[in-house]
Design a protein around this ligand. Structure first.
Ligand code: SAM
Length: 434
């Protein structure tokens, strides 16, 4: 500080030392007036606050990102901004929370109305679809039907009692001309057997299919049936300690022989294994003894991987699986079919013919539609590879879920509305398939 003719009055001060220029000048309170020399530099002793401010300014310009960010977070500007930000978030939360609660309330009211109607008579197809949409379980066919109903609503129709849309018109598997008609693929796989593993290995490795096969085989316990076992690509994932017996079935003799070889090599001591040449569509005949229902062989687990796409009648096959399940038994499927995005479905459709020629399968089937038509209850459903790989655990209608199958969300978090919806949509599905 440049000071000219600085006059310091020190009435009440005791002896005080000021730094003047580079010298220390001492004066006492007895001297009432001090006149400095002109052009003398005086550096005032810094207060704690000033030192802290200087440090803060230095930290704001620091090269070290952590120090700089720390300083920014302590700055007034940031704190004020943060307050605004938090208030903004709170407002968004209130708006979102409000609309969520409103939606939930709306659902509850709609559900109550549908349920009340259900006790007096049959609910109509539109209401069944509404219930499904509330649980987020609409299949493609359902979506198309619901869209049609919404269109009709816009045109002024508001009561759909007695209205049922023509199912066939909305069936993807029949309507889409790129989904080729089903056929008997036995001959094809008889010829493919020798090269099958070699040709499929690379493709499967690229998409980590081993993990999915492992997932599939983890479910095997008790008496197990593997349908369309092919060359036995799932055998290496089988844990025989969980299995009492295992039956393999495939329509191609050449394919199943390779399975048998692999099994013997891997589990030479496991005696309770059978290998049957036959079709999934004929399973009931194959499993029945003297046509007596009570003597029909039943299973705890029925698994199938990539079989539905090559069956002549996949829905019949699935219905057969349900009939061969023991109480509490499960059907576990690893299948491929239509995906979740239009672009991938287009790619599957465009190459459907080529695929059938080289692999004998219809890879663009809507697996969800097959499952719905089979009347099975889905316990767990997940999809990978853009939705084209379907991992399904299903049970017979009426069987209850085990403790492990009721997920954490369903058990502790899901609202009362959600569980009511589950129950209601299950009971309406029941009505539909009767
Ligand atoms: C794509 S391969 C899948 C083989 C094996 N499951 C896998 O994951 O690699 C389809 C298999 O299904 C068999 N298959 C086709 N139609 C069948 C039917 N109707 N009943 C039983 N098996 C069938 C074929 O012989 C072939 O082995």
């Amino acid at each position: 500080m440049m000071i000219r003719n600085l006059v310091v009055k020190c009435h009440r001060l005791g002896p005080v030392t000021f730094k003047v220029g580079f010298n220390f000048v001492r004066f006492s309170s007895n001297s009432h007036t001090y006149i400095s020399k002109p052009n003398t530099r005086v550096r005032k002793v810094k207060t704690k606050e000033e030192i802290a401010n200087e440090l803060f300014e230095r930290q704001l310009k620091s090269d070290n990102r952590l120090i700089r960010w720390g300083a920014i977070a302590r700055s007034d500007k940031f704190r004020k901004g943060m307050t605004k930000y938090l208030i903004g978030l709170y407002v968004i939360f209130l708006i979102y929370g409000g609309s969520f609660m409103k939606e939930l309330y709306g659902k509850e009211k709609e559900l109550e109305t549908i349920q009340a109607k259900e006790t007096t008579g049959n609910i109509n197809e539109y209401e069944q679809l509404r219930m499904k949409s509330m649980t987020g379980k609409l299949r493609t066919r359902d979506k198309l039907k619901l869209e049609k109903y919404e269109e009709m609503k816009k045109e002024g129709k508001d009561n759909f009692d007695g209205v049922e849309l023509d199912g066939e018109e909305y069936e993807i598997n029949n309507k889409n001309k790129h989904i080729l008609p089903a056929r008997d693929t036995t001959e094809f796989y008889e010829g493919k057997a020798v090269d099958y593993d070699k040709e499929v290995n690379f493709e499967e490795r690229m998409i980590f299919m081993g993990r999915r096969r492992k997932w599939l085989m983890r479910h095997c316990k008790g008496d197990v049936l593997e349908v369309s076992c092919g060359t036995g690509r799932n055998i290496k994932y089988l844990d025989p300690s969980q299995v009492h017996s295992i039956t393999y079935i495939d329509s191609s003799k050449n394919m199943i022989e390779l399975s048998q070889e692999k099994f013997k090599e891997r589990f030479p001591k496991f005696a309770n294994a059978a290998f049957v040449v036959g079709k999934a569509e004929d399973l009931l005949n194959l499993a029945s003894r003297n046509d007596e229902e009570s003597k029909t062989v039943k299973y705890d687990t029925i698994v199938e991987s990539f079989g539905l796409c090559s069956h002549e009648d996949p829905v019949k096959a699935l219905k057969n699986f349900a009939k061969l399940l023991k109480p509490g038994g499960r059907i576990v499927l690893l299948e491929h079919g239509r995906g979740e995005y239009d672009f991938i479905n287009k790619a599957l459709d465009d190459r459907a013919e080529k695929r059938l020629e080289t692999w004998g399968c219809r890879w663009n089937l809507d697996i969800g539609e097959l499952l719905d038509d089979s009347g099975l209850d889905i316990v767990d459903e997940s999809r990978t590879h853009l939705g084209t790989t379907w991992c399904i655990v299903a049970k017979k209608k009426g069987d209850s879920k085990s403790k492990e199958e009721i997920g954490f969300y369903e058990k502790y978090v899901s609202s009362g509305v959600q569980s009511k919806l589950e129950t209601a949509s299950n009971s309406s599905k029941h009505q539909q398939t009767k």
